[in-house]
Design a protein around this ligand. Structure first.
Ligand code: C5P
Length: 208
């Protein structure tokens, strides 16, 4: 079976860092699938579109060019919020499905991080992690990241964003954020990055 590592979990749980370190460790290509949804939201906003309009959001997803994932705008707070709003539309999710499937199916394997990798995109993945941390710890990490990028935002605003996003991502009908039954839970609240990576590596080594 292809060596697919699925890393799911809520915003700012540490899943992206863990996924990129695992990819570097095993020499595997990595896809941050959150960037796809972010880019769909950003390109829709750029044409003055409505994030809650399912048809417009789907058209935005179908017209996505992968070079758009490189734009700095996709990493902003507004892009995270827009991503979570367009991600509720089934047409958006299906428009992005094949791209993610073919990335996962590459010879030699791949690392994908997101919300539904272990449940929907690559349920056959031999190694699945569900990375989480308390909302306060996640808000603190995200706040440091965004203020480091120059965004003026308070910790409380970020905590509120995180709670709202958890609710929306976990509550949507199509492919909600969820721990796959065969995923291993990794709570990084009390861990440094290197402790979290070591724990993730042990889980993957046991699973492969
Ligand atoms: O991971 P990140 O915070 O960049 O993801 C942004 C948003 O994109 C999430 O809040 C979620 O709504 C959506 N997303 C998703 N499925 C994925 C990855 C991200 O619905 N596989």
């Amino acid at each position: 079976m292809a060596f697919i590592i699925a890393v799911d979990g809520p915003a700012a749980s540490g899943k992206g860092t863990i996924a990129s370190r695992l990819a570097a460790h095993y020499g595997l290509p990595m896809l941050d699938t959150g960037l796809l949804y972010r880019a769909v939201g950003v390109r829709l906003l750029a044409i003055g579109g409505d994030l809650d309009d399912a048809a417009a959001a789907e058209a935005s997803a179908r017209g996505l060019d992968l070079s758009e994932l490189e734009k700095p705008e996709v990493r902003t707070r507004a892009a995270g919020e827009a991503a979570s709003r367009v991600a509720v539309h089934p047409g958006v999710r299906s428009a992005l499905f094949d791209l993610q499937r073919s990335f996962a199916g590459q010879d030699g394997g791949a690392v994908l991080d997101g919300r539904d990798i272990g449940t929907v995109i690559a349920p056959e993945a031999p190694a699945k992690l569900y990375v989480t941390a308390s909302p306060e710890v996640r808000a603190d990490r995200r706040w440091k990241q965004l203020t480091g990028q120059g965004e003026a935002v308070s910790f409380e605003e970020i905590l509120a964003d995180i709670r709202k996003r958890d609710e929306r991502d976990g509550g949507r009908k199509d492919a909600p954020m969820a721990q796959a039954v065969d995923a291993i839970l990794l709570d990084t609240s009390e861990m440094t990055i290197s402790q979290a990576f070591d724990a993730a590596l042990r889980i993957v080594e046991t699973a492969r």
